[in-house]
Design a protein around this ligand. Structure first.
Ligand code: TYM
Length: 330
């Protein structure tokens, strides 16, 4: 029986947040039994902002260790580093020629990032979603498990693939975004109207996956709520407390109504501590395993080398088909 194919990735920018965990990695872990999973470390994408080269190298290996520590099993899923498979950059070039400037200008992430990095609006930042389309289409992925913020990029991927297929006949599988769970968009703890982000400059806004328990507790205690002091889900009127309910729900598996009942009459102070405690408990095994893996670079190297070999085998088939279809001598 052929399993459906999954492809997803995270940028190797360091400082992963609880948003990355609940919106992506935690769901990936659950999909390993039933799907043919490819999980990539997106190092090429990080070049759209300025990085210190040593830091990027460290972040890349850190992210690999974190995937494994979080429960992505290299015996079940293919884990690889994007730049190790040259086909990603090669297909991205071809797809650039089938993507319109207008489409890329409408990407909200491009608009946000160019506002944030006004001194470095490079063309990589602009064509970044095309590289992401290449990542996905090379593996003929059926599903792309991502958080809410990446949905627009997967939709663009579909449009590019459909356009290409229309001209050249069936070449790419049309992928679906797979956005799961109550925490597909974890919001900032200090600004619950914006997503929790690795690059937030607001202190205590993001929970980082390597935060110590006392820091996590402190951040949740300081989380912005409202003056009602009733644990009730209302995204519009109570974005702060609703975000905390979503986080608690994603981790414990309890429904929102259950949570409201459980904390009825208890007030925000107690609820915030409960949320912090469940996050601390959830992250603890991953944090411990991560430390062990970081001390074992040989093992990590074995995993990424093997991953690259497997990924290349799949990717080259799609790339070859594309090269032939567009008329390159191959
Ligand atoms: P990145 O690195 O920004 O984020 C990685 C994953 O984490 C999810 N995420 C969140 N989910 C819920 N709440 C949040 N606050 C939150 N913040 C981040 C993202 O939706 C994503 O799933 N371009 C991608 C990386 C990428 C990729 C790909 C993804 C490169 N190629 C191919 C899928 C398929 C990115 O920058 O994600």
């Amino acid at each position: 029986m052929n399993k459906k194919v999954i492809l997803s990735g995270i940028q190797a920018t360091g400082n992963l947040t609880l948003g990355n965990y609940l919106g992506a990695i935690n769901n990936w872990k659950k999909m390993q039994e039933d799907y043919d999973c490819n999980y990539m470390i997106a190092d090429l994408h990080t070049l759209t902002i300025r990085n210190n080269p040593d830091t990027l190298r460290n972040n890349t290996l850190d992210l690999l260790a974190l995937y494994i520590a979080a429960g992505i099993d290299p015996e079940k899923s293919n884990i690889f580093i994007q730049s190790h498979v040259a086909a990603h950059a090669e297909l991205a070039w071809i797809l650039n020629c089938y993507t319109y400037m207008g489409e890329l200008s409408r990407m909200t992430q491009f608009k946000d990032k160019s506002a944030k990095h006004a001194d470095n609006i490079n063309s990589g930042l602009f064509t970044y979603p095309v590289l992401m389309a290449a990542d996905i289409l090379l593996y003929q992925a059926d599903l792309v498990p991502v958080g809410e913020d990446q949905k627009q990029h997967v939709e663009l991927t579909r449009n590019i693939a459909e356009r290409f297929n229309k001209i050249y006949g069936d070449t790419f599988k049309i992928p679906e975004p797979y956005i799961q769970g109550v925490a597909a968009r974890v919001m900032g703890l200090q600004d619950p109207t914006s997503k929790m982000s690795k690059s937030s400059t607001i202190p205590n806004d993001s929970i980082f996956l390597n935060d110590e328990p006392d820091i996590i507790l402190k951040k949740f205690k300081k989380a912005i709520t409202d003056s009602e002091n009733i644990v009730r889900f209302d995204k519009e009127k109570k974005p702060g407390i609703s975000n905390l309910i979503s986080i608690y729900s994603a981790i414990t598996g309890e429904g929102k109504e259950n949570i409201e009942k459980k904390f009825d009459g208890k007030g925000y102070g107690e609820f915030k501590v409960a949320v912090a405690e469940c996050v601390i408990e959830e992250l603890k095994p991953m944090q411990n395993k991560y430390k062990e893996l970081k001390d074992n670079p040989d093992y990590l190297e074995k995993i990424y080398r093997r991953g690259a070999e497997r990924a290349k085998e799949i990717a080259i088939k799609t790339l070859k088909d594309v090269y032939e279809k567009v008329g390159l001598v191959w």
